[in-house]
Design a protein around this ligand. Sequence first.
Ligand code: SF4
Length: 416
Amino acid sequence: MSCPPQSTASPDPCSASGRPAAERHHELGVYVHVPFCERICPYCDFAVVRAPVLARDREDAFVAALIAEFGRRLPLFGASRLATLYFGGGTPSRLRAESVARVIDAVRAALPATGAALEITLEVNPSTTERARLAAFRAAGVNRLSIGVQSFADATLKRLGRAHRAEAGRATVAAARDAGFANLSLDLLFAAPAQTCADLDADLDAFLACAPEHASAYALTLEEGTPFERAVQRGRLALPEEDDVAAMLERVAERFAAAGLARYEVSSYARAGFESRHNQRYWQRRPVLGIGPGAWSNEAPRAGAPFGARRANARDLDLWLARIGAGEPGALDPPERLDARTARGEAAFLALRTAAGLDAASFAAEFGAPPRAYWNAAIDELVAAGLLVEDSARADSLRLTPRGLLLSDSVFLRFV
Ligand code: SF4
């Protein structure tokens, strides 16, 4: 299958460049993982717990554990200001607004915000219960919603095993606007089972009619151990072929660009000024404190860990709760201290994910030499293959070409 061209507009890359290390490490992003979902989607491999109904006492105990973990771990980060706060999941909008407010208040009481307006994002799934809470989430301090619409086609949503239907997606977007949210991100999942280019175009029409400020678009991937993976292995489910997925991805990027949503990262698109500040922290390798089951943290460089460290919390909710309750760390393992080689590779491929690309001067300032000192042959081959472009005006900085964006995973492998 191929998608005929519809627009010649090209993405307008925005800057995702980092700031000096000393400045950026005083700011902290906080990620809060809420694992509860109405039902478990058959392609999902996140740390999730099925909870069609979330009992009040269970929710209260969970929120108390989140706040306890935050208070215990914050001193380890040595941060003085809060840059971003992100509630992800799972489905954090399954929490009552007063629970979200308790977490926001605890975080803000411990960490004053940076000068820039604080970005507080909450992931929301379309459902009646959660729609009714949007105004209260706004009053609690949430100023950005990430809505998991995934598709506006009932047939696609059904094949994906989603709990909601298209009308619920539209109603949630409308309710978010009514509640005063001026910064909406919508998720789009494409390359779903049996999806055609025509299906995708219809989906994009509906998606863009919502005029989101930000969009995240992902091709469906098969994750190990999920029902979808088992169904494909048994021949009961077929996903679009690789070439078809690439054609769909090109179509998504074309349509978004024509609608003013510039691609600023491999899977992320935004109107100018609406790029996700929290997600940029990961690509720029800035510190993030993750709380809740399965949450990851990135720790700033310090004595004994000159290239930073990271650690993951226990994924199992009950285990995480038990550890927090016993005064133990939410993570089972000690932090992984990054060595220079790992840190260089991550710096390269995370920067290459962004439209701004890998800034050779910043890289050299951190690692003692420019990227070519470490990957000369790989860079030559990737440039010759039309996957990377080198910008001589920026000290041989690197970024992905349109073809490199399609094959980004194979490019990234050359740097790790
Ligand atoms: S709603 Fe999202 S987090 Fe929950 S099961 Fe589905 S894909 Fe996973």
